[in-house]
Write a protein that binds this ligand. Structure first.
Ligand code: MG
Ligand code: ZN
Length: 190
């Protein structure tokens, strides 16, 4: 079983626009392609895990979430970079759409998305990393016994100013490029 890098989506690999309701709102950060290609070249699986409660709230559909991921993949492919898999949580306990309005185990900081990926791709969560711009991403890292890196993009700089009791990142860095550098220095390849 291999360590992996679990990346949050909004505010981490693409700009956080609130609910992404059109593929025209997709904007990769300028460093995203290079950063992900570095992980590819280091043979570390790259898995996106993203809360998409907009589905439960009736703001967007699962089809749009999946289309968004295809567009991101196309943009990455143009720069010879690759995301190995995407997992998203469409739920929210207070959702307006009945089939998604539930308490689930996959909404971050829960570990359900990571567990699905680990089972599908033979990954070792406890040797893995979670990168994200919210404390709940760091909470996910703690939940899987892995390491969490908070990026200051998206809402990360605001989160940094409002520390959460008991939620300590292993590193706080400016952006995904810096997170990848940190991970490549700290990954346990044994
Ligand atoms: Mg985010
Ligand atoms: Zn869920």
């Amino acid at each position: 079983m291999k360590p992996a890098v679990f990346l949050d989506r909004d505010g981490t690999i693409i700009e956080d626009v609130g609910y992404l309701e059109s593929i025209h709102q997709i904007a990769l950060y300028p460093w995203t392609i290079d950063a992900i290609r570095m992980l590819n070249r280091a043979a570390l699986p790259v898995v996106v895990i993203t809360n998409q409660s907009g589905v439960a709230r009736g703001r967007l559909t699962e089809a749009l979430v999946q289309q968004t991921h295809r567009v991101v993949d196309e943009q990455l492919a143009a720069g010879d970079a690759r995301i190995d898999a995407y997992y998203y949580c469409p739920h929210h306990p207070e959702g307006a759409v009945a089939e998604y309005a539930c308490a689930c185990d996959c909404r971050k900081p829960g570990r359900g998305l990571v567990d699905r990926a680990a089972s599908d791709l033979a990954l070792d969560p406890s040797r893995s990393f979670v990168v994200g711009d919210r404390w709940l991403d760091i909470g996910t890292a703690h939940a899987i016994g892995g390491r969490g890196v908070l990026v200051r993009t998206g809402v990360g700089a605001d989160q940094e100013r409002e520390p959460r009791e008991g939620v300590r990142p292993d590193a706080i860095v400016d952006n995904l490029a810096a997170a990848v550098s940190w991970i490549l220095m700290h990954v346990d390849r044994a």
